[in-house]
Design a binder for this molecule. Structure first.
Ligand code: F6P
Length: 360
């Protein structure tokens, strides 16, 4: 049966999106003889008239796509069609326009590569469209429920680990405490993995309440024990100040936009230890790099599996990576809160075994 499917990327960009698009197109065209339409700028492209989409053929299957950061389809992390913001501050529901865009496109099924926020919105939309829908999880935050890995996380951790290596040389040379702030929103997955892989003395994550006095004492004790005068701290962006406040600079897509907690921590650790402390906010460098091998593998596997699900007439499911294998789960299982670090989990226990302080 000849079919045309749509594919889109939604939410913040990250490494591995193009590898996933390539896998979807390759499997659909070569495996099933289908056509693929790439929808540009997610739901925003579906609201445009004509719908902003392009045919994805052999060029999209080029191996170059594996190594390209970003997404050839473009993406958005603002503009919820159910609550579209107007200049006067009010919101309107534009979901009917998105549904009409899907009809105008003439597709028989949709694959969306998105994070927890955008998948929740798309799932709600697709319940109203009479179209099979399959989701592929992506986000450097790695906080999508029911999957051990979301596309983009592994590459973000690689970038942040390299940053630790660079900061350590400066810390050692100038006897400083270096604080690296990483992304992740309310989830500390990037900070935890980076802190372990990058050899941090302290990892501060939102899931574990932090006492900076304890962090300072742990740094002093470690410096004394190991006869050194430097330390490395990795902090997740949504860690709170001692007064309980989050460090944010506005709202993006209905969520707080974090950034800058490392500056506060540097100032406080400087006072508490009497040492010089410096903060680095790694920011979007974590998202724009070339995808590493692990992300290319995960993206390729999830892309192929998503098309196979459509071929089996599945709908409203997410392909997921669990224990090194691809599975699929109902989208309803994914719709809840973000997946956070388990403070009692094995990774945190292992980090403690390495002598890493969590500030608790
Ligand atoms: O959700 C992905 C993410 O990179 C978060 O880790 C970060 O807080 C946020 O997006 C940054 O958003 P923006 O790209 O709008 O600055």
């Amino acid at each position: 049966m000849s079919r045309t499917i749509g594919v889109l990327t939604s939410g913040g960009d990250c490494a591995g999106l193009n590898a996933a698009i390539r896998a979807v197109v390759t499997r659909a065209v070569m495996g099933y003889g289908w056509s693929v339409k790439g929808i540009r700028y997610a739901t925003q492209g579906l609201m445009e008239r004509p719908v902003n989409a392009l045919n994805l053929g052999p060029r999209a299957m080029d191996g170059q796509m594996l190594q390209m950061g970003g997404t050839i389809l473009g993406t958005v992390n603002t503009g919820n069609p159910f609550a579209w913001p107007l200049p006067d501050g009010s919101v309107i529901d534009r979901s009917d326009e998105v549904l009409e865009g899907l009809t105008l496109l003439g597709i028989d099924g949709l694959i969306a590569i998105g994070g927890d926020g955008s998948l929740r919105i798309l799932h709600r939309l697709m319940k109203r469209a009479d179209l099979p829908f399959i989701a592929i999880p992506k986000t450097v935050d790695n906080d999508v429920q029911a999957t051990d890995r979301a596309i983009g996380f592994e590459s973000a951790v690689s970038v942040a680990t390299s940053a630790c290596d660079s900061l350590r040389s400066g810390a050692m040379s100038q006897q400083r405490i270096m604080i690296l702030e990483v992304m992740g929103r309310e989830a500390g997955h990037i900070a935890l993995a980076t802190g372990i892989a990058g050899g941090a003395d302290a990892i501060l994550i939102p899931e574990i309440p932090v006492s900076l006095e304890r962090v300072a004492a742990a740094i002093q004790a470690r410096c004394q024990r190991e006869e050194r005068d430097w330390a490395l701290v990795v902090v997740a962006e949504a860690v709170r100040r001692e007064d309980g406040r989050l460090v944010t600079d506005g709202i993006v897509g209905e969520k707080p936009h974090f950034g800058g907690i490392s500056g506060y921590i540097a100032e406080r650790l400087g006072v508490l230890t009497g040492r010089v402390a410096r903060a680095t906010v790694l920011g979007h460098l974590q998202r724009g790099d070339r995808p590493n091998a692990a992300d290319r593998l995960i993206a390729s596997s999830l892309g192929v599996a998503a098309v196979d699900l459509l071929a089996r007439h599945s709908r409203d499911r997410m392909v997921a990576w669990q224990k090194g294998e691809v599975v699929d789960v109902p989208l309803d299982d994914v719709a809840g809160d973000p997946r956070l670090v388990d403070p009692q989990g094995s990774l945190v226990a292992m980090a403690r075994g390495l002598g890493i302080c969590f500030g608790d």
